[in-house]
Design a protein around this ligand. Structure first.
Ligand code: NAP
Length: 323
């Protein structure tokens, strides 16, 4: 498989258009952990192995994913397959809620330990919710960058305005803000309307699309078998799009994905991911998560084909305006 790398923001880091989302490795620890099954039931080593061997060069995790469980898991999985420290790109996040920016210094020490021997390439502030100003947050990021503890700085869930502010402060300190990780999928295209995508494109910031499969909804499996929803741990079953009315409303998108998938000899999830990472050009990348090895392998098949312009436009038209 020949995967074309993309530049991460205005940095010299090259990433594959898909990374592996590693929230699924939270082992049911903490609030965020309760969304997915325990590690006994998620073959994390296999998922990491298939992703790495399939060409994926980066892994997205966070301090709050099982309070370190996911970070440890990523390191263990990569060590088991002897993935080279020089080539692996780790993106992780600092948990800002009820904390001041200076707390990043202590968190990152712990995160470095958990991820060792792999280094943190991209450090992201998980949400714009710390007790400190964006200016203070960027001052700490600049210190981490200067000392070489991290290679790039990013944010997550920042609005267009907050992202611009972060970019401006960091630029004054001599560094680019390389990414904003936000919810973006065919069923959640809010960033196209609220200025986030436009501002990111203007500033050369990469958009990292999280929940790009809308937590599995875009695979079509829950439309094919709505009873499957009840078998899932976590809160998906309570989300509006997962209710019978949500399934009904989103059916035209799923039907279109299925039709195009058949033509392309692909799956609905591959078509959805393909659209997400190509419709707006090279500055949008995505990080699908997986609870089964087959899912991670299937998602890699996204790189096997290219959607035609008319297919892209048809998907665009049918999926506009859900959220
Ligand atoms: N920054 C943030 O605030 C934030 C928030 C959310 C997520 N994230 C990041 O984004 C990543 C991905 O987001 P996400 O996990 O919310 O949603 P997602 O990637 O849209 O969905 C992942 C889930 O969809 C199902 N799935 C994936 N591939 C499949 C396939 N080929 N066939 C069938 N089912 C498949 C699996 O769930 P089941 O097997 O359980 O059905 C999997 O756990 C996370 O791991 C995390 O790194 C970040």
């Amino acid at each position: 498989m020949n995967i074309k790398f993309r530049q991460l923001g205005e940095s010299d880091i090259q990433i594959t258009p898909l990374g592996l989302g590693c929230w699924q490795f939270s082992d049911r620890i903490g609030f965020a952990g309760k969304f997915w099954p325990s590690l006994e039931n998620v073959p994390s080593d296999e998922i990491i192995k298939s992703s790495w061997e399939g060409g994926i060069n980066w892994f997205d995790t966070a301090e709050m994913y099982g309070w370190g469980a996911s970070e440890k898991c990523v390191s263990r999985g990569l060590q088991k397959i002897n993935a080279s420290v020089e080539n692996v790109i780790i993106a992780t996040k600092w948990h800002p809620i009820a904390r001041r920016a200076k707390r990043m210094f202590r968190s990152i020490e712990e995160q470095i330990q958990r991820l060792s021997p792999y280094k943190i390439t991209l450090y992201q502030i998980h949400s714009p919710t710390s007790l400190s100003s964006i200016k203070k947050e960027m001052e700490v990021m600049a210190e981490l960058l200067k000392s070489g503890v991290i290679r790039c700085a990013g944010v997550s869930n920042y609005s267009a305005n907050q992202m611009r502010k972060a970019h401006t402060y960091l630029e004054k300190l001599g560094f680019p803000l390389v990414s904003n990780q936000v919810h973006y999928s065919l069923l959640n295209r809010r960033i196209e309307r609220n200025g986030i995508l436009k501002t990111a494109q203007e500033l050369g910031i990469t958009i990292i699309a999280y929940s790009p499969l809308e937590q599995g909804l875009l695979t079509g499996k829950f439309h094919d078998n709505p009873n499957l929803i009840k078998t899932r741990v976590g809160w998906r079953k309570y989300f509006p799009l997962y209710r019978p009315s949500g399934l009904e409303r989103t059916k035209p998108v799923i039907d279109t994905l299925k039709k195009i998938a058949e033509k392309c000899n692909a799956t609905s999830s591959q078509v959805a991911l393909n659209w997400t990472i190509n419709f707006h050009g090279d500055r949008v990348v995505a990080i699908p998560g997986a609870t089964h090895t087959e899912q991670a392998i299937q998602n890699l098949g996204t790189f096997n084909f290219r959607l035609s312009e008319s297919d892209m436009n048809e998907i665009d038209k049918v999926s506009r305006g859900f959220i």
